[in-house]
Design a protein around this ligand. Structure first.
Ligand code: PLP
Length: 386
């Protein structure tokens, strides 16, 4: 029995998405820029996917640009906006718990001379609004914040952030990394005062290497990739037609059942927490906030090393992450859990279980049983080694 509980790292594509992409690769392989019927056919397919994605966000299809994924969307939003609006100021703001796709762009810009503020979070991993309000000034050009944190599932108060930004510096742009929120909760840029928003296909059972950026039509933004002028000259390069179409279909299927899926996943989340208690599993501490996304459950087992537990679970065909998959190959402590002021022993034992609608109750029961069996075996003894 395979139990895949690493859905925040990536998801298994829907079977229908794989079939649709195969069909496109095999028969509808035209270049959307070509003038003949094969090209026009491909162009129509991309247009359809663009409409599906714009409808899911309640925005215009002219405001959606396809990219190679969340990372590229984020890079394009931040760098493209700043490049196009140099007079807005040289101060930019983000948070301490962002994904490296954002943090590394900010670090790069800091080296280039931008003044950067990294806003802290409370013990639930939620951005401190008073700190944000204090930092925004006349020179602030852009704020970038994630909607759902990929390690803990904490939900950020994006609406409040937009309101604060508008009160303090209306023409600064608000970019939101919605990679872990899209398809799992309401994401409505117009209503929420979001100027730019990044999403990724492979987190919602679509293919890898495809994403999209929403840019409000009133904004000026410059490309960071130059070439043939595709995507209204904002993102050159022949469109990844199978990827874009697979993404479109994944969005259709996900949004069709967004509420049903959320309820299903919430039940699994509650079952997991309930069983840990009922089965008397070794010492553990739930690090995810109780009001976070039900798709992510971060639990610390203070007397074990997360990586050791991960590999023991893997032997039983259970797949999870330590911290976040994007950074778990590095030996550093999670910057997100550190920002929440957690103790090093709690951080070292943190495992992220992340769910999708593909999971079922059996997966959870099997995993908790496995934890019960493995944990006593790998417990670190006081004053000694494992
Ligand atoms: N932002 C968040 C919150 C993520 O979790 C991830 C991926 O893990 C990304 C951005 C990067 O997205 P992609 O893998 O599509 O580049």
């Amino acid at each position: 029995m395979e139990v895949y509980l690493d859905n925040s790292a990536t998801t298994r594509p829907y079977d229908e998405v794989i079939e649709y992409m195969n069909e496109i690769n095999k028969y509808m392989y035209g270049n959307p820029s070509s003038l003949h019927t094969k090209g026009i056919e491909a162009e129509k397919l991309v247009k359809k996917a663009r409409e599906t994605i714009s409808e899911s966000l309640g925005v215009s299809s002219r405001e959606i640009y396809f990219t190679s994924g969340g990372t590229e969307s984020i890079n394009l939003a931040i760098r493209g906006f700043l490049e196009a609006n140099p007079r807005l100021g040289n101060h930019i703001i983000t948070t301490k718990i962002e994904h490296p796709a954002t943090l590394e762009v900010f670090r790069y810009l800091e080296e280039k001379g931008y003044k950067v503020d990294y806003i802290g979070v409370d013990e639930n991993g939620v951005v401190k609004l008073d700190e944000l309000e204090e930092k925004i000034n006349g020179n602030t050009a852009l704020i970038s914040v994630m909607m759902v944190n990929n390690e803990t599932g904490s939900i950020q108060p994006v609406d409040d952030i937009a309101a604060i930004k508008n009160a303090r510096k209306r023409d600064a742009a608000l970019h939101v990394d919605a990679v872990q929120a899209y398809g799992k909760m309401q994401v409505l840029p117009y209503k929420q005062g979001i100027d730019m928003l990044s999403v990724s296909s492979h987190k919602i059972h679509g293919p890898k290497g495809t994403g999209a950026l929403y840019v409000n039509r009133s904004l000026r933004i410059k490309p960071i990739i130059f070439g043939g002028g595709q995507e209204s000259s904002l993102r050159s390069g022949t469109e990844n037609v199978p990827g874009i179409c697979g993404f479109g279909l994944a969005v259709e299927k996900t949004f069709d059942k967004i509420e049903e899926n959320r309820l299903k996943v919430k039940k699994l989340y509650d079952l997991f927490c309930g069983l840990l208690k009922k089965e008397g599993v070794e010492e553990y501490k739930i690090l995810s906030p109780h009001n976070g996304s039900p798709y992510i459950l971060n639990i610390s087992f203070p007397n074990i090393r997360a990586e050791v537990l991960l590999h023991h679970l893997e032997e039983k065909d259970i797949y999870v992450s330590t911290g976040s998959a994007c950074s778990s190959r590095k030996k550093k402590l999670s910057h997100v859990l550190e920002a929440m002021s957690l103790k090093a022993c709690d951080i070292e034992g943190a495992i992220r279980f992340s769910f999708s609608s593909f999971n079922n109750e059996e997966d959870i029961i099997y995993t908790v049983d496995a934890l019960k069996e493995i944990l006593p075996k790998i417990k670190i003894k006081r004053g000694g080694k494992r």
